[in-house]
Design a binder for this molecule. Sequence first.
Ligand SMILES: *Cc1c(COP(=O)(O)O)cnc(C)c1O
Length: 823
Amino acid sequence: MYSKRFEKETFKEAVRENVRTLYRKNIAEASPQQIFQAVSYAVKDIIMDDWIATQKAYDEADAKAVYYMSMEFLMGRALGNNLINMTAYKEVKEALEEMDIDLNVVEDEEPDAALGNGGLGRLAACFLDSLSTLNYPAYGCGIRYRYGMFKQKIENGYQVETPDNWLKEGNPFELRREEYAKEVRFGGNVHFDKDPETGKDIFVQENYESVLAIPYDMPIVGYGNHVVNTLRVWDAKAITDFQLDAFDRGDYHKSVEQENLAKLIVDVLYPNDNHYAGKELRLKQQYFFISASLQTMLEKYKKKHSDVRKLYEKVAIQMNDTHPTVAVPELMRLLIDQEGLTWEEAWDVTTKTCAYTNHTIMSEALEKWPIDLFSRLLPRIYQIVQEIDRRFLIEVRAKYPGNEEKVRKMAILYDGQVRMAHMAIIAGYSVNGVAKLHTEILKHQELKDFYEMMPEKFNNKTNGITQRRFLLHGNQLLADWITNKIGDGWITDLAQIGKLKAYVDDEQARKEFMEIKYRNKVRLAAYIKKHNGIEVDPNSIFDVQVKRLHEYKRQLLNIMHVMYLYNQIKEHPEVSFYPRTFVFGAKAAAGYKRAKETIKLINSVADVVNNDRSINGKLKVVFIEDYRVSNAELLFAAADVSEQISTASKEASGTGNMKFMLNGAPTLGTMDGANVEIVDEVGIENAFIFGLSSEEVINYENHGGYNPTEIYFNDWEIKRVVDQLMDGTYANGNHEMYKDLYNSLLNTQCTDRPDTYFILKDFRSYADAQKKVEEAYKDKDRWSKMAMMNTASSGKFTSDRTIEEYVDDIWKLKKVFVKPVEE
Ligand SMILES: *Cc1c(COP(=O)(O)O)cnc(C)c1O
């Protein structure tokens, strides 16, 4: 047993006591939310012992730690996951049953911690789970947004965003730590003086505004090892009167401004995925959490060590995309202005501490801040950026004499902008991509000048996911079955799931495997009935595309293919067609017009198709409202087909693809991102691959695109579907509703090229691959082998493997073991 305090009677008493002291109620009187709070406080109380023990063990070992800096942590729910990792889920479930409480119902009371948009934020969450499970000292550093990712409502087929007030009922798993507050300064001006004693330059920031950063800690429980790491997210509060300089105290205007800044800065997560918006408040958010985190990191280091020139021996900073890149000049500032290091000493430390992960090659996602904004907001930081750039360009000119083209291409400051990726690459000692194909594209296309100059920095770390959440918690039937067959080693060593390959030719095992899939489909069908009011047949093929809505992810290709199938079924009702349920789930950024139009189209097609009695339920289309981590767990478990159909070269890795594979859903996809490696592992015969290759896409792009009108006029079935965007079929006769989508595919008058994402180009190939899916599914033996082979071949895609690679190649951490406290 993980802890005596999980023994049934002890735990039940703790829950009863919590209901009593928190709400002055007994269990029968308490609401489900109150039960959730009471159960969570009981669990947190048990976590607390290990949390303290872990921090003590780190202190004694004086171990190196990684600081994972990320604007996003898409954590989802904590209660179920904590119980899973404390190996107490089943005991607690039984204990609660004895009190007539259903743990599933209690779990459903918890709002998702949706402090992220999609893949990048969820990756950060999976990494924290793996770091704890693998005994590595780690801190997640981020922002405690008061409003996380918006809640999505579908009204009349349209997406409507509502605020995600996730803290409304209080968060039982966080700890406010007011005593560790840090001041962060913005704006004003910098003047420099000579220190009268040392004669050194000192920089003084004046007339600035500041806010107080208040940390909240959330426990990250490792699996069965008593390790509890910390996710530290920062809240903001106004600097109070007594903290101000005498000079500022009477300044009413300033105090109101600082109140406003404190309120605004952590108010809301920017809901853009893979898209740079360039908002001033966003840069404030970035500097706010980075400055507070680095101040804390330095302070902690200095408690034990006197020489900050050796900081890199005890800490590594990983920057999750360019969003945390102000960490580079901020660390320089702290080391020079506060710690008194020379530029050369500070640069040595910084470039041995900071590492950068690149997440995209799409130009619209590249972070570039206007210099005037950047320098006004962060005057001292800007000076440091200028100096980094100046010194770097000396190196470039030395290496490429007379080649000003190189300077233009690689400078940090260029054309009135601060290019954050360039700063991250120049200062980072490691630059990694997130899948093999993506890293190759970085090295040989997008970042080739940097690769040429500093090849030793570049490396690949293929993404991964945690099997604890996405199988052990999300698919308990399959998890139990696997453990029954091969033991429970897979929970912390996913390579062992390969042992299932021995059962692929075992008819009974395959029958059981598919029976579990069926039961998970029944569970999802009930969710759909409850939330959408639509009846779907669990015997139909569950074909699932869930991810952020983005043109490059090509939900439009999927739904146009549904329109194409519907046309065929209507035209040839006599032709056999295996019943199919197409499931979509996707949030669109609030200002992304084409993405929102695509959501409306999916819902309109669903309306028409689901209500057409003449097709005998052969086709159903379901849009899952508010796709997020908690309902994602149900979707992966129930999927037959995993739609991973991005335009080749555009999806850096994808991680949804890995969650589906783990749960036994073959990939229907392009050779993009980690799909390439999935196919390597599972075998091309156990996937459905279609479409242009990344080389072909890049080649077309380098030659001005391709001509979609040719396809439009030569393939009448494609033409019919495209025309249906404009003829009112899915718009109650309105001819304008999908005009933007239509134009995105065909209109040559558009400023951008038509069909930038090769939807018509790949359409035939996709339809053919879909036909092959149907053929394969009809052959029950063949399909069950494919499904099981996917689960059995998913070992590589655990975030445990990814983290071990980061540790070996980049962070160089040592494991620390924690002894559970005696009870
Ligand atoms: C895994 C995950 C993603 C990323 O999905 P991709 O298909 O890789 O884009 C996004 N959102 C949620 C909720 C996830 O769990």
